[in-house]
Design a protein. Structure first.
Length: 417
């Protein structure tokens, strides 16, 4: 019986051309973030199960991969199942995001870090998702976070760095939608929503763009929430911005960005949209939240927000924190191979009986000149050989003949000609 050779569901192999695009994109992201003063850190792929399931990760905690304790016997597993205590079998778990590990990292190393710490984390995470288009069980996250800055400067720096990174990646037409959870909490308090219904109500409001005001109103009523002025309030918020002036309802808290136009002035070149219905699913957000959107896509390309209460859970002292994550797996699908890099990648096609020492000398000279070089033995189907090289990111080729003495004798031609 043949052994299955496909990757586990929701996980992927990457061919050389795909891997090249990914690595080039990650290099651009790293370089852009570093240019804005962020420093890269690394955390383990596993964290204590109790930490991952401490209530900070929202619904993601339900789809975290658990790592069984060492030395368990079948009898141990059976006993835990009988007592419906499967959680006792695992003391570790794979990280489902990079924010919880960052909070733990900061609590561990606070004494060695600056007062305001600007962090980069670029690494894979794992979630036991039901695999579907755009959703994987292993995927890359690209996060920047600022810890220790309580004012709006943190949000402005994060948005500036993210917008600049999208531009360097060649993504145009993106906008950043902004809201503040305190506005949403004020909205629910205005409706006298019970505390236990806050999260379900926010989930319903988050559906506004899919089911409309009437649909949201119906689902809120199904929860027992009477919101007769929903349409009016959302319209006022959406058209009035955050500075609603004398007409602002009493329940509207003052947010970090009291004036959207002032924020726009601080972020020239960034297309900002106030969206009073933006919720974001993570339960740890306490204030400003934001998402990247694109007019041609029905999903966000990243997002983040302020999570001032998380680090205090580990440290015992509250520390302000705010972060922004680029949706790398969604963005990389929109990017193309780098044409300039392809021109600097050369295939040397040689005959079967070519002298190995001469081939290596040619290759060494070209590599020293800054080129990427592959040696390929000539085959009967030369077109197929060159096509495969092109798919792997090579943009030029040359034939090595008996008359080729040095790299200066090579006649480099573009692939496809």
């Amino acid at each position: 019986m043949a052994i299955a050779v496909t990757p586990p569901r929701g996980m992927r192999d990457f061919l050389p051309a795909d891997k090249a695009v990914r690595e080039r994109s990650l290099g651009i992201i790293r370089g852009s973030f570093r240019a804005h003063g962020f420093d890269e850190i690394e955390t383990p792929v596993m964290e204590d199960a109790a930490r991952l399931h401490s209530g900070l990760g929202g619904d993601n905690e339900k789809i975290a991969f658990a790592v069984l304790k060492r030395g368990l016997s079948p009898a141990d597993v059976a006993a835990a199942a009988e007592q419906n205590d499967l959680a006792s079998l695992a003391d570790l778990g794979l990280r489902f995001d990079l924010t919880v590990p960052l909070a733990r990292f900061y609590a561990t190393h606070r004494a060695a870090l600056p007062t305001v710490f600007r962090s980069i984390q670029i690494a894979p995470v794992w979630r036991a998702e039901r695999p579907q288009k755009g959703r994987y069980r292993q995927f890359m996250q690209c996060d920047i976070d600022i810890i220790g800055e309580a004012g709006p400067l943190a949000e402005i720096e994060l948005i500036t760095a993210t917008a600049a990174t999208l531009e360097k990646l060649g993504l145009t037409g993106c906008s950043i939608r902004i809201n503040d959870r305190r506005i949403l909490f004020g909205l629910l308090a205005h409706w006298k929503v019970a505390a236990e219904l806050t999260d379900p109500a926010l989930i319903v409001i988050d559906k506004l763009d899919k089911i409309g005001v009437d649909g949201v109103d119906a689902e809120l009523r199904a929860l027992g929430i009477d919101a007769p002025d929903l349409a009016t309030l959302l319209t006022e918020l959406g058209t009035g911005g955050w500075a609603l002036g004398a007409g602002a309802p009493d329940w509207l808290d003052q947010t970090a960005f009291a004036d959207l136009e002032a924020l726009r002035a601080a972020l020239p070149g960034v297309d900002l949209e106030f969206d009073p219905t933006l919720v974001r699913g993570m339960g740890y957000y306490t204030g400003t939240i934001f998402e990247i959107s694109h007019p041609s896509l029905g999903y966000s390309l990243g997002g983040g927000g302020r999570y001032d209460g998380m680090i205090g859970r580990f440290l015992g002292t509250d520390v302000p924190a705010c972060g922004f994550s680029i949706g790398f797996e969604r963005i990389v699908d929109l990017l193309q191979a780098d044409a300039e890099s392809a021109l600097n990648a050369v295939v040397l096609v040689h005959e079967k009986d070519a002298d190995p020492a001469s081939l290596v000398a040619l290759k060494r000279d070209l590599v020293a000149a800054g080129l990427r070089v592959r040696l390929e033995r000539r085959t009967k189907n030369l077109k197929a050989l060159l096509d495969r090289a092109g798919e792997a990111g090579y943009g030029r080729f040359a034939f090595v003949t008996a008359d080729t003495a040095t790299s200066d004798d090579l006649d480099l031609k573009p692939l496809g000609v």
